[in-house]
Design a protein around this ligand. Structure first.
Ligand code: GCU
Length: 396
């Protein structure tokens, strides 16, 4: 039968937050937009038809959800700040790279931290964490260690452990888009309802890391994974959608505006998120508050934008705010896009997997683990198991 929300937890949350729906039986009936039907009614039959449909879907997300992002600025430059070949007791080479977007003194600078495994015979595949928690979680001195970014473990498993702090690109507050990268690259008065929000800005930062990686001989730029937790997970999915150089995207408990289907209105909804975080999405997204059925898309299409590349969606059983079932259903509903490439996607029988039972499918993976809202070592290990399979580190 698979995972089901704990009944007591549903009762507790429902009484604490009476305005929020945690009851499966109160999920409205809905119809998801068809992945394989183009706006003009034409049907998508083959992989050859996919690029046009994919572009259409991408434009819908730019127009209605995350907003349109600019290209990299012409003056972008990479500065090597530090290289320490004896980091992590000799297991890794620490590289600190600053990505500059302008020569203006107060312009944002993306401070990329990388630990490259020393034990390797070829360029290494990489995991990039978009860090939405305090910078101490990505401490390059390794005095502070956190499961949120288990860099030693990532290196041990043969991946470059890379991370940047989201606030380097754009502060996580509603400032009218005058600060951060928005302030540098556009005039606030030129903004439109589909100008990029803060999540899109962070995703744009991840793409700039890819710009750097294609120049770095230590990194195998065909095997790079972008990952994030919660708001960072929403961002990782959008980064993977916008930049197809990422071979895999991982969403850990991203919920509303990430992997969860908006039409389910379970846990956090559009009205809630757009009120609490008015800067995250483009302003047009706010038009759908309480009108989810009017959206020309839903989040399964975001997952589908990864096809035929790999994607991992993970949930936690206590994190009903992020709607684990809605996240699973989006992952599953992306299957038709994978089928175009003769891939099975999640490839299950339709039921959710049991607790702590990762479903590593063909291109698409999902798990719901026990515990609360965080990025845990368990999550990381599962994500790397999928990357091992998908990025062909090990024979499957
Ligand atoms: C809030 C927000 C979520 C978000 C989370 C996080 O709970 O409502 O949408 O995912 O913060 O980023 O931790």
């Amino acid at each position: 039968m698979g995972w089901q929300a704990n009944k007591e937890l549903v009762e507790t949350l429902s009484s604490k937050q009476p305005g929020v729906n945690y009851r499966e039986e109160r999920v409205p009936n809905y119809v998801l937009p068809d992945i394989l039907s183009c706006a003009d009614g034409r049907a998508v039959h083959s992989a050859a038809d996919w690029p046009a449909r994919r572009q259409e879907i991408l434009e819908l997300f730019r127009e209605h959800v995350y907003g349109r992002s600019p290209a990299a600025p012409a003056g972008m430059r990479f500065e090597t700040v530090e290289i320490d070949p004896k980091a992590m007791n000799g297991a890794a080479t620490l590289k600190r790279i600053n990505i500059h977007f302008s020569e203006q003194a107060d312009a944002p600078v993306l401070r990329l931290v990388m630990f490259v495994p020393n034990q390797r015979t070829a360029p290494a595949p990489a995991f990039l964490l978009i860090c939405n928690r305090g910078v101490e979680n990505i401490d390059y001195t390794r005095k502070i260690k956190s499961d949120f970014w288990p860099a030693e473990r990532i290196v041990e498993r043969g991946y470059v452990a890379a991370a940047f702090f989201n606030g380097d690109i754009d502060p996580d507050k509603h400032d009218g888009f005058v600060n951060g990268i928005h302030g540098l690259l556009e005039r606030p008065e030129a903004r439109t309802p589909s100008s990029w929000g803060t999540l899109a800005a962070w995703a744009w930062g991840a793409a700039r890391v890819m710009d750097y990686w294609v120049t770095d001989p230590d990194v195998d730029d065909t095997r790079c994974v972008v990952t994030g937790h919660s708001r960072g997970g929403k961002t990782a999915l959008w980064a993977g959608a916008e930049d197809t150089r990422f071979a895999m995207a991982v969403s850990n408990e991203s919920g509303c505006g990430g992997a969860a289907l908006s039409r389910r209105c379970y846990g956090e909804t559009l009205s809630i998120i757009n009120k609490a975080m008015p800067h995250w999405f483009c302003s047009r997204f706010h038009d759908y508050n309480g009108r989810e059925e009017a959206l020309p898309l839903d989040q399964h299409l975001l997952v589908a934008l990864m096809a035929p590349r790999a994607v991992y969606i993970s949930s936690a059983d206590q994190d009903l705010w992020a709607d684990p079932r809605g996240e699973f259903l989006a992952a599953q509903a992306a299957t038709p896009a994978y089928a175009l490439f003769a891939r099975k996607g999640l490839g299950n029988d339709g039921a959710m997997p049991d607790l702590n039972t990762p479903l590593l499918g063909d291109g698409v993976a999902y798990h719901v683990r026990e515990g609360s809202h965080t990025y845990s070592l368990y999550d990381w290990d599962c994500h790397m198991d999928m990357a091992d399979r998908e990025l062909k580190l090990k024979p499957s």
